[in-house]
Design a protein around this ligand. Structure first.
Ligand SMILES: [Fe+2]
Length: 151
């Protein structure tokens, strides 16, 4: 029985781009499966890097006071994933489910606490003159890639 938590509107933090990216993360976690594990894990981690980069750019540009603290949480997550992936066990159905469970739980805890805090802060401040939303392409071989143990 696969472990699945579906995205729900209650996970929204009130920033459209971030909410859409979070929703897509849930879709990718759901898509993890043993038959195409290498591909689905890679796709998920690539998107995590993209999402973290976008979210962090938004926080930095807006002058979010808890930016550094939030960055640390993303780094800790990357380290936990790297540890999980680096354990050198082969993939099994149980291990795929374990990863799914870990990702779903982390995402929900993180979104509903820390991302929500950012959403509330951003939406309650005066309208900024410059656009905040900007897509940032992650650099390959960058910090997160290194933490995830990939080239
Ligand atoms: Fe975050």
């Amino acid at each position: 029985m696969p472990f699945v938590i579906e995205w729900r509107d209650g996970f929204k933090i009130g920033i459209d781009q971030v909410d859409q990216e979070h929703r897509h993360l849930f879709t990718l976690v759901r898509a993890l499966n043993l038959a195409s594990v290498d591909h689905t894990v890679d796709e998920l981690l690539d998107y995590v890097v993209t999402h973290f980069s976008n979210e962090q750019a938004m926080m930095e540009k807006s002058g979010y006071p808890a930016f550094e603290q939030h960055l640390k949480l993303h780094e800790e997550f990357a380290a936990q994933v790297a540890e999980f992936l680096g354990s050198d066990q082969g993939w099994t159905e149980d291990r795929v489910q374990e990863m799914r469970k870990f990702l779903n739980k982390w995402l929900i805890g993180h979104i509903m606490t820390h991302d929500l805090r950012f959403g509330k802060w951003l939406t309650s401040r005066p309208v900024p003159s410059a656009p905040l939303v900007q897509q940032v392409a992650p650099k390959s071989g960058g910090f997160f890639a290194r933490l995830f143990g990939r080239k």
